[in-house]
Write a protein that binds this ligand. Sequence first.
Ligand SMILES: Cc1ncc(COP(=O)(O)O)c(C=O)c1O
Length: 389
Amino acid sequence: MSNKKLNLSTTIVHSDYQPPEGFSAFPTAIHHASTVLFKDVEAMRARSWLNKSTYTYGLHGTPTSFQLEAEIAHIEGGTHCLLAPSGLAAITLVNMAFLASGDDVLIPDNAYGPNKEQGAWLQRSFGISVRFYDPMIGAELVDLILPNTKLVWTEAPGSVSMEVADVPAICAAAHSKGVLVALDNTWSAGLAFKSFEHGVDISMQALTKYQSGGSDVLMGAVITRDVELYNRLMMAHMRLGFGVGMDDVYLVLRGLQSMKLRFNAHDVAARKIAAWLKSRPEIGKVLHPAWEDCPGHENWKRDFNGAGGLFSVLFDEKYTEAQTDQFVNQLQLFKIGFSWGGSHSLCVSYRMASMREAWQEKGILVRFNIGLEAVEDLIADIEQALDAM
Ligand SMILES: Cc1ncc(COP(=O)(O)O)c(C=O)c1O
């Protein structure tokens, strides 16, 4: 049917404009879609959303999200990846794919807070037993495994208290009893720690951090090397309806190109600032995995090849919370806020006793996210805030 015979309200909807061939540029095109078109009824009936070499419905992906999935899988050293609307949604995806009523899951006590909160909710409302374990347990995890244990979470390092778990020992213990291991690999962005080379079955990352790099996008990813696990994740992903917006996917794709350089810059700056803090009398311990003060430092040395910009300190125990709050409030360049991986430096004070029953350390814990500002300016900012404390 020629458009010339149709009314304007129809031709506005069914434009027959064809752009010229031959356009070539670096950015991935942003393919938005809810409806995906089939060329005929047979093609529609033959569709399978499980087959990622075809398109069925926007929820299951467009070329834009498929590209990001492929790139994240590549960085992590996996073969399959699924995107989720946030890092926490990616944790949910893993739990929903591998747990059912009557199962048991082990979560480290230093895990990302909402992961633990979700675990408590699974126990309260969904008949799943959830137990929190000492993150430094290593091979002894084997003693915690019950016949109904289906999943072990690990997070290295814990993103507030920074203990670096012995991931290979935890994986070996879990695998000896046929139990899957999922790692929250957000801290290393899949750059500084290669999950699958250390025995992990399912890696999860919050792409909200270094991958986006702009403190403006929420997104998560789950990565695996195992087709069977991937198929279970795909079913859960579909049932949960976890779509992502293609504009956000584009922003993450753009961020990825500079991620390694940014990650290294955050790492270099954070180590300089951690070294400076270590020399200050106000600081009791520097909980940076590259420092001996940090539990699991040996595991970091053995298993990691970098550190990024996130670490914590424990103030000397003589300082009260009122004083360390004053320190945080006094900072000018460091802003108060959660998350990390963006250009701006951040600082957060934590009440560890309310987060961890077994917390033994003395002194108030303050976490720093070192951004991309000049190190000497950040040190000067911390210095003036310490002096005012
Ligand atoms: C270690 C860790 N995992 C997961 C998440 C969740 O990411 P999102 O904020 O995208 O839900 C966060 C967020 O701070 C985190 O710190």
